[in-house]
Design a protein around this ligand. Structure first.
Ligand code: HCA
Ligand code: CU
Length: 391
C-alpha cells in the first residue's frame, strides 16, 4: 500500500517568506493526520529553537502519523532531532560527483563513511527509530554511487531510501532520467544484495513534472511519496498533496484511505497563513476547479455535470458551480437566476435576453460577476423597468 509523507512543515517552509508558528504547525499536523497522511516531516530543529519546540509538540500530540525531523548528515544535528522525541528521522547527503568534488571536497568512500557513521549513531541511540537516508540530487548522481551509498546506509540501519529529484531534472520520458528507472534499479540492485528497504521519492517541480514523476514512481513500485500542501517548497516547490491523492485514486488506490473532504479547509488555512493565494485554476483546490462558464458548457452541465467533469467534486465535499460573464449564454442566466431564487422570472425570455446583454456589458470591466451580490440588482432593474436598456 502506498504511503504519503507530507513535508509542508519542512520543505513547505523553504518557500521564501513562509513560516508557521508552533500552534499553526500543530494544527496543520493534526489536519494532515486526520486526512490520513502516514508521515509528517516537521523540520530541522537545528534551524531555530522555535522549530525544535514545534517538532516536540507535534511528536507528543498523540497523532497516528509518524512524526519526523529533518537532519543534516551530522551527529550533533541528529542528536537535536532525537531530543525532540520523533519516531522518524530524515538524513540527507548527496553523492553526486559534482557535489563531492566541488562542494564537500571528499571522495565517495569518505562520503559513505560519514553516512554510515551518522546513521549507525541514530540507530544506536533509538533502535526503533524509522530512519530515512535521502540521496540528495539522486537523479543527477552516477547510479553506481547511488547504489553504493544506499546499500551502505541500509546496512547501517536505514529503513527507507529516498530518491530525491532535488532540481526537478527527472522526466518520465527519458530512459535513465526517469524516477521509474531509479526506483526499479534501486529495488533490483539492493534486492540482489539481500537488502529490502522501503523506497521513497521526493520530486521537485522545476519543469512542472513533479506530479508526473511521482506517479511514474508509483507505477514503478515506490512505497512512499513526498508531497506538500499547495506544492509549497524551494523554488517551484514539490508535488501537491491534493493532486497526488486524486491521481492515486484514479490509478486504483482506495478512496477511503484518505479523508478528502478535509482538504479544502486545510488548503485555505495554509494559503491564509502562508500569505500565498491558491491560483483560481489550481487543479482540485482552486476556486474555479469545478466552475463552469462558457455557454455550451453550462448548457450541457445543466443536463449532466459529467459532460464537462471527469472528476466528481462530491468526493472532496464540494459542489460544482457557475460563473457569469462574456462567455455566458441563456442557460447560465437561467441557472444563476434559479440560484438566487428568481426561477419564476427566468421564464420570461425577453427579460433573460436583457439580463444576458447586461451581463456581457458588465463583463467588459474584466472582473467576474458575483451571482449572489450583483445578479439580484441586474434582475430587479430589468424586471421593474422592462423598457430600460442600460443606465
Ligand atoms: C533540502 C533538499 C531536499 C531534501 C530531501 C530529503 C531535496 O534539504 O532542501 O531530505 O528527503 O529536495 O533533495 O529537499
Ligand atoms: Cu526538496
Amino acid at each position: 500500500m502506498i504511503r504519503i509523507l507530507d513535508s509542508t512543515l519542512r520543505e513547505g517552509e523553504q518557500t521564501p517568506g513562509v513560516y508557521f508558528s508552533p500552534d499553526k504547525k500543530l494544527y496543520i499536523a493534526q489536519m494532515l493526520d486526520q486526512i490520513g497522511v502516514d508521515i509528517i516531516e516537521v523540520g530541522n530543529p537545528a534551524v531555530d529553537n522555535e522549530i525544535a519546540l514545534a517538532i516536540q509538540q507535534i511528536a507528543h500530540a498523540g497523532l497516528k502519523a509518524k512524526i519526523g525531523a529533518h537532519s543534516l548528515c551530522r551527529i550533533d544535528n541528529v542528536q537535536k532531532a532525537l531530543d525532540c522525541g520523533v519516531n522518524f528521522l530524515g538524513i540527507f547527503f548527496s553523492v553526486s560527483q559534482k557535489r563531492l568534488e566541488n562542494d564537500y571536497n571528499i571522495c565517495l568512500n569518505q562520503a559513505i563513511e560519514k553516512i554510515v557513521e551518522v546513521i549507525s549513531y541514530a540507530k544506536l541511540q533509538q533502535p526503533d527509530l524509522l530512519i530515512r537516508y535521502t540521496l540528495e540530487d539522486t537523479v543527477r548522481s552516477p547510479i553506481e554511487n547511488v547504489i553504493d551509498a544506499a546499500s551502505a546506509a541500509v546496512k547501517a540501519g536505514a529503513n527507507i531510501i529516498s530518491i530525491a529529484d532535488t532540481t526537478g531534472y527527472a522526466t518520465p520520458f527519458h530512459p535513465y532520467r526517469s524516477i521509474y528507472f531509479h526506483v526499479q534499479t534501486l529495488k533490483a540492485e539492493l534486492g540482489n544484495l539481500g537488502l529490502f528497504p522501503q523506497i521513497e521519492v521526493h520530486c521537485h517541480n522545476d519543469k512542472g513534472l513533479a506530479l508526473a514523476n511521482a506517479l511514474d514512481a508509483y507505477r514503478a513500485g515506490a512505497d512512499i511519496i513526498d508531497v506538500a500542501i499547495m506544492g509549497l517548497g524551494e523554488r517551484a516547490g514539490v508535488v501537491d498533496l491534493a493532486e497526488l491523492l486524486i491521481n492515486l485514486i484514479d490509478m486504483g488506490e482506495e478512496e477511503k484511505l484518505w479523508q478528502l473532504t478535509y482538504l479544502s479547509n486545510l488548503y485555505n488555512f495554509v494559503s491564509e497563513n502562508s500569505h500565498i493565494p491558491i491560483p483560481p485554476h489550481q487543479p482540485i483546490t482552486g476556486k474555479n476547479a469545478f466552475t463552469h462558464y462558457a455557454g455550451v458548457h453550462v448548457k450541457a452541465i445543466a443536463k449532466d455535470e459529467r459532460l464537462y467533469q471527469s472528476l466528481d467534486p462530491e468526493i472532496l465535499g464540494v459542489k460544482s458551480n457557475l460563473a457569469l460573464g462574456m462567455q455566458s449564454g441563456f442557460a447560465a442566466i437561467e441557472l444563476a437566476m434559479k440560484k438566487i431564487g428568481k426561477e419564476e422570472l427566468a421564464k420570461d425570455k425577453n427579460l433573460l435576453a436583457q439580463i444576458l446583454q447586461e451581463v456581457k456589458e458588465i463583463a467588459k470591466r474584466g472582473t467576474s460577476i458575483d451571482i449572489e451580490k450583483e445578479l439580484p440588482y441586474i434582475v430587479d432593474r430589468y424586471y421593474k423597468n422592462p423598457t430600460t436598456n442600460k443606465e
